[in-house]
Ligand binder design. Structure first.
Ligand code: ISL
Length: 575
């Protein structure tokens, strides 16, 4: 039998601090803005907030480049504000997860400043420093061929000491060297700083990059480009599990902190089980990333590959079935701040389908086994910027680097960039970071009318905003609230129930179907991921009744008709 835990029953609401609510008219969201919306967040029925980084940072990667873990980026507020946030959340019986970014720091962090100052500095080995290689022409060359996740070489030459340092993301995000015991202790102190203030757990950024192959070998050459991924040598290295276990015994266990790891490049069942199988005592749960990559190209995120419902069936069935076998726990999510909105990629944001699509995806998120994570704005059906926005609407460094690299390769001809722009319109990280649409006043109520928001506000805000849905039970938000009540009421079946996939032969290729069951209580769910009607056989379910749906539910002649983007949940034995 499954052990009950608060974090299994939690529903997590991710807030991107810059984009939630600006309380002081500087165009940037802030902590007091979040505090003022606790009653709103609470009223939705979610109970845990995951806050993307709010720490002191030069903001080259929107706070994922931390200069000081113990102070707050001034425009966001102060440590006292965060304490108030924690205390007020706890007063509402809610919890706070912070973003733990300890694979790298900002190059403005004191640790890096010291480390780069001389080869003899005690913090030299807190980062990766290597001598240059010399090429055939006697010219200086990077220590290996690894490519940065944001493009270009992962190595950067530093004049001060004549060595290169490693940075898997931006040049201004040098990787920490986890083989250094004193470095590890220093990060544990930072973790304790926040846990002592009442933080309930962490989302651990780029977690499996913390252990690299000790020799930092060249990555496998798969094309004629100068730099190659190298991920086979920098992800899930040999010490990874030792580090996690050390973090647990030194820090997390002492506070009963919850952990969710972000795991890039590792998607196979065996490796995943080693992180979350309950008898390993490592992480509570993790994000494998495959669910947000369903329309990525084979080699590059922005390569073209259309979404097909078969992919969500495959990934969902894989983890829903595999994870219980090793007594692990799943995350269930479709959106985060690193991608386009799922409604625009996996369903439809066309006006005639948008509300149904948003409810379809809500049904997916809240009827599976695992802890659901939603991104702020998902509860009102927020969508990507439309096709009419040009390249200048995209300001995030990842998409911009990619766009500029392709533009250069195409001789700087903007008129040849249509295909890239279309891919960005689907997948750019900017979409997940759009300012929250609170109402239909200018600037969507996100900031004051005369302020300049830090990034584009989607012009659809007049029709899609919190105020217009707040008191409408038929709205997307109304649907989320109903589902959240059901999940909290029938925790047995929704959270702890078993999962049985309906085969493609039973549902057709466009429909995802599954059953959940707990001691005689049962739900069956059908989700139509297409813009046309689908008919599924329902003979087995004739005695069941509708629990929730985004359409009229009629079982006729043992068949159930699903409307475009229809979601139907039937129940048996629930009160
Ligand atoms: O964003 C991605 C693809 O578009 C991912 O490869 C992402 O960079 C990776 O999942 C790690 O993401 C995390 O660490 C990054 C930061 O930029 C992301 O926002 C964060 O979620 C570096 O800290």
């Amino acid at each position: 039998s499954i052990q009950k835990k608060w974090w299994k029953e939690a529903v997590v609401y991710q807030i991107y601090p810059a984009s939630f609510l600006d309380s002081n008219g500087d165009g940037l969201g802030d902590v007091p803005g979040i505090i003022s919306k606790i009653p709103y967040i609470h009223s939705l029925g979610v109970d845990t907030i995951w806050l993307s980084p709010i720490f002191a940072s030069p903001q080259k990667d929107m706070g994922y480049d931390i200069a000081d873990y113990r102070s707050i980026h001034a425009p966001y507020g102060t440590v006292e504000d965060v304490q108030k946030l924690i205390d007020q959340l706890h007063a509402h019986k809610m919890r706070l997860l912070m973003d733990l970014v300890v694979n790298h720091t900002s190059d403005e962090h004191e640790w890096f400043k010291e480390s780069r100052s001389s080869k003899e500095n005690p913090k030299r080995d807190w980062y990766f420093w290597r001598d240059p290689k010399i090429d055939a022409n006697g010219k200086r060359k990077e220590p290996n061929n690894w490519k940065s996740i944001f493009g270009g070489s992962a190595w950067h030459f530093d004049e001060t000491t004549g060595q290169y340092y490693l940075a898997l993301f931006l040049p201004s995000q040098p990787d920490l060297n986890w083989t250094s015991a004193s470095m590890r202790q220093a990060t544990y102190d930072d973790m304790r700083f926040w846990l002592d203030r009442g933080v309930d757990g962490f989302r651990i950024d780029s977690m499996n990059l913390m252990s690299k192959h000790p020799d930092l070998p060249d990555g496998k050459v798969i094309n004629d480009e100068p730099y190659q991924s190298g991920a086979e040598f920098f992800a899930s290295g040999p010490k990874m599990h030792d580090y996690i276990r050390e973090m647990r015994t030194e820090v997390f266990d002492k506070y009963d902190a919850m952990t969710v790891g972000e795991l890039g490049f590792t998607k196979d069942e065996q490796s995943v089980s080693e992180y979350i199988a309950s008898d390993r005592h490592e992480l509570n749960m993790l994000f494998t990333g495959d669910i947000v990559d369903m329309d990525f190209g084979a080699e590059a995120k922005y390569g073209r590959d259309d979404f097909h419902p078969r992919k969500i069936r495959k990934i969902t069935n894989l983890w829903q079935t595999a994870v219980p076998k090793f007594n692990g726990w799943n995350t269930v999510y479709l959106d985060n701040h690193d991608s386009g909105r799922s409604i625009s990629r996996y369903a439809s944001d066309a006006p005639e389908h948008r509300a149904a699509s948003a409810k379809l995806l809500a049904t997916y998120l809240l009827t599976l086994s695992g802890t659901p994570f939603l991104l702020a704005g998902q509860e009102i059906g927020m969508a990507n910027l439309g096709k009419d926005y040009g390249a200048d609407a995209y300001i995030d460094v990842e998409g911009k680097n990619y766009y500029n690299a392709v533009l250069a390769a195409r001789g700087g001809d903007e008129s040849k960039m249509g295909d890239v722009l279309r891919e960005m319109q689907l997948k750019a990280r900017d979409h997940g970071r759009l300012p929250m649409q609170w109402d239909d006043t200018s600037n969507a109520g996100f900031t004051t009318a005369d302020a300049k928001p830090w990034m584009t506000i989607n012009k659809d805000y007049k029709d899609w905003n919190v105020a217009s849905q707040l008191n409408d039970p038929d709205s997307v938000m109304g649907y989320w609230k109903k589902l959240l009540v059901l999940r909290k009421t029938d925790t047995d079946v929704f959270v702890y129930g078993s999962y049985t996939a309906l085969e493609e032969s039973e549902t057709g290729e466009m429909v995802l179907g599954y059953e959940r069951e707990f001691e005689g209580k049962k739900i069956v769910v059908w989700l139509n991921f297409s813009d046309v009607e689908q008919v599924v056989p329902a003979t087995k379910y004739e005695s069941m009744s509708a629990l929730i749906s985004n359409q009229e539910v009629k079982v006729e002649g043992a068949k159930l008709t699903l409307r475009p983007y229809g979601a139907v949940v039937l129940q048996d034995g629930l009160q």
